[in-house]
Design a protein around this ligand. Structure first.
Ligand SMILES: Nc1nc2c(ncn2[C@@H]2O[C@H](COP(=O)(O)OP(=O)(O)OP(=O)(O)O)[C@@H](O)[C@H]2O)c(=O)[nH]1
Ligand SMILES: [Mg+2]
Length: 384
């Protein structure tokens, strides 16, 4: 019986599932506040940025009057949705101007979050472009964020039903109120759930938000946003780079070849992170058909089984030891090939088109791992 046949992939699968759970649980979540008048398109904008329905009508738990907290165990971000205000209407305090109450609610919330050690990281302030209205009340609330050094983006929503001229006017007024530097904080959005890639304004807002977030929370935002393929891929390459370095260090003293040495905890960690970045831990929810349990065995078997079959042809592997060069090259090949495969699966899932996971993770996948690994070894270790 060959080593590949003997390999117990059940252990790999259960380690993978465990790693994914703990990775997801330990992520540092950004706090994002949605603000702006009632009905201006806040929930829609939020769904557009995350590429899925995170804000449903009436969802969320009230944290304080007028603010609802939206969380989802599969999306590592906390969104605070403010109920907005209607100019001239009563917001519940005996006839006071509703925008005045809104200002009080927002500033009270910001300060209590700050005092509790969970400050708001970023605000998305929405204004409906076709309403042709941005008022002093809006600027007063926006300044409250600026005074507290909280990055705020102004989003002109529903631009598909507004004229270009209206959008330009709203921008001009905002810049004259908030200063020339504010120009780069203004974005445009319109409804378009199925569009891949995402509309330009949403992509810009996404990139802007990522730049504003504390370093430790960027990763969670990348995982949360469904359609930012480039960022996700780049994040996977970062994970791969770190894992490659760790694998090289761990194998400074060559170890005898065994299945345990092929799929090390470093690689299990890398695989879990890549699968999570591409939301493959939620396949059944996104696609309505495929579950993670169906993909882990395929990945486990493909990676472990096929790699083992191929390794004898892998350079200095002939000596039956895994040294730093072999170990880091395999890790690189694995990270790169898996990131590419996941990107493809993710695209199909979003398209709603069928993809056979067994076909993705067949021997061709292992071949790709092997080819990338070989190239990496040649580039970095020569023939050693
Ligand atoms: N045409 C068009 N309609 C939009 C767009 N964005 C939102 N809408 C519509 O505007 C209405 C309000 O959108 P929401 O996203 O619920 O607005 P909201 O600010 O969350 O509303 P409240 O939570 O009630 O304050 C809905 O009927 C949306 O379908 C858009 O870009 N274009
Ligand atoms: Mg809403």
């Amino acid at each position: 019986m060959s080593l590949a046949d003997k390999l117990d992939t059940t252990q790999i699968e259960s380690n993978l599932a465990q790693e994914m759970n703990s990775f997801m649980k330990n992520l540092d979540k950004p706090n994002i506040l949605l603000a702006g008048p009632t009905g201006c398109g806040k929930s829609t904008l939020c769904n557009l940025v995350f590429g899925r329905e995170i804000c449903k009508v009436g969802c969320g738990t009230p944290v304080t009057r007028g603010i609802n907290k939206i969380t989802d165990p599969d999306i590592p971000v906390t969104v605070f949705d403010s109920e907005g205000y209607e100019t001239g209407a009563d917001f519940g305090d005996g006839g006071q101007d509703s925008s005045q109450n809104y200002y009080g609610i927002i500033t009270g919330f910001l300060d209590s979050q700050h005092d509790a050690g969970h400050p708001v990281d970023v605000v998305w302030y929405c204004v409906s472009a076709p309403s042709e209205r941005i008022t002093d009340a809006d600027f007063k609330v926006i300044r409250a964020f600026q005074d507290r050094k909280i990055p705020v983006a102004l989003i002109l929503t529903q631009i598909d039903v507004a004229t270009e001229e209206t959008c330009e006017t709203l921008k001009r007024i905002s810049i004259s109120e908030l200063g020339e530097n504010f120009r780069e904080n203004i974005f445009e959005s319109s409804i378009d759930y199925l569009n891949i890639p995402v509309p330009a304004g949403i992509k810009e807002l996404h990139e802007w938000t990522l730049r504003q977030l504390p370093e430790s929370r960027k990763e969670s935002f990348i995982i949360s946003c469904n359609k930012n393929f480039d960022q996700k891929f780049e994040q996977c390459l970062n994970y791969t780079k770190i894992a490659v370095a760790a694998a090289a260090t761990a194998s400074v003293s060559p170890v005898p070849f065994s299945d345990a040495a092929i799929i090390t905890p470093i690689q299990i960690g890398l695989i879990s992170k890549i699968l999570t970045v591409w939301n493959l831990n939620q396949l059944e929810k996104l696609a309505g058909c495929v579950a993670l349990d169906t993909i882990l065995p395929s990945i486990g078997k493909s990676i472990a089984g096929n790699l083992i079959k191929m390794l004898p042809g892998f350079g200095s592997f002939a000596g039956a030891v895994i040294n730093a060069g072999v170990s880091s090259s395999i890790t690189y090949g694995l990270g790169y090939a898996l990131s590419k495969a996941c990107k493809e699966i993710h695209r199909h899932v979003l398209d709603g088109s069928n993809i056979d996971l067994n076909e993705v993770f067949n021997s061709q996948f292992a071949n790709a791992v092997f080819e990338y690994a070989k190239q990496y070894k040649k580039d970095n270790y020569g023939n050693k």
